[in-house]
Design a binder for this molecule. Structure first.
Ligand code: ZN
Length: 57
């Protein structure tokens, strides 16, 4: 399973093997939400746009 480091707190965020671009993942440590972006076969994290959305914490 791949994982990425949270840009905010550097905690590890595990990525399911079936992750797809556009999927929203949340940091287990600081709770920040990110959208997965795929670039050259590797995923990067982009801070999720939550304007006007309530994800129901
Ligand atoms: Zn974090």
């Amino acid at each position: 399973m791949a994982s990425l480091s949270c840009p905010e707190c550097d905690a590890g965020i595990a990525l399911p093997s079936d992750s797809v671009q556009g999927e929203i993942v949340a940091c287990p440590d600081c709770g920040q939400s990110y959208e997965l972006r795929e670039s050259d076969g590797a995923f990067t994290l982009q801070a999720a746009e939550t304007v006007g959305e309530d994800w129901g914490e």
